[in-house]
Design a protein around this ligand. Sequence first.
Ligand code: CP3
Length: 335
Amino acid sequence: MNTLIQDCINNKFSKTPIWLMRQAGRYLPEFRSIREKNQDFIKLCLNTKLSSQITIQPITRFDFDAAIVFSDILLVPYALGQQVSFKKDFGPNLQKIDLKILNEVKKESFLKKLNPVYETIKETKTKLSANNKDTIGFVGAPWTLLLYMLNRKSPKGGNFNVFQKDKFVHDIMLKLDKFLKIHIEAQIKSGASIIQIFDSWAGLLPEKDLEYFVYKPIKSLVDFIRQKESISICFPRNINNYKKFVENVNPDIVSIDYNIDPSTIRDTIDITVQGGLDPKILLQNKDIVRNEVTKYLKTFDKKRYIFNLGHGVLPDTNPDMVKYLVDVVRSFSGQ
Ligand code: CP3
């Protein structure tokens, strides 16, 4: 039996599927209580027992239609030999890239380091497939990973330098293409039915650099996912021209941010669309939430649309409001 998302992309729409980016984590008290006892974030991501528990937490609470595996995009630089830590109230902190280490990483050692993630997917899959829900694996897009690897911290607030398309950058992009495919393939083999590609910082690039840093490298991953008979979702956050992105990359599903007008997307894009709602709306009252959610649902009129946010759930979100959001989406499509 197909999942709601599979039906949606095949134009056999019955109900609006719903899941949320960053649904497993920061805003949930049951996550926070595990996190308090596990200070090392990377270690927590590599603890299969706890990670699969965290992955399922939002499904138990809200009965979302898909689970996104609890992990992080920065596990890839970590498995490529770059040290990554997360500092409280600062975010990720990466050590300088050591090219000698990077150039010597082998497929086997990379897969061995990330094996707990694959085990988490297997466990999640076993728990979920009986309920006919998707298990979503993911990667950071090459550009966003390159940015963290060279900038060594979040580029938030303009905190980053522009990179030249020189040999050093080119070599890292090639390395990322190779190892992201290894990571994607292992996630699919372990049971991920969908792979989402997060290009969280695509919006920082000028138009002239999109081809090299965004379209080409993401298309390479999307083609690979299709070859493996899985489904791709691309989230090129904050780019100006989603239509051009879709024409160049040809993913199965495109996830939109909240700066773009959803009716323009509906009128210009011919594939399944996901997301859009500003996560800050969930910090408002119920009337506002209902109005804004209904706006997205009405715009797409139950056609090839997956409900999600325009970026991740914010840490200050009240879980009761997420419950309300799910109720609004389900009652709109008569579920
Ligand atoms: O529910 C889910 O979506 C699954 C888990 C998930 C996490 N990170 C867990 C996490 C996913 C899909 C990600 C993706 C991710 N990680 C992205 C792309 C999406 C986006 O938000 O733009 C990025 C850029 C990262 C890198 C990263 N990881 C940052 C910048 C931070 C610190 C700030 C923050 O978002 O909390 C993290 C840490 C992180 N990743 C946490 C969680 C639950 C918080 C860890 C903590 O408790 O301190």
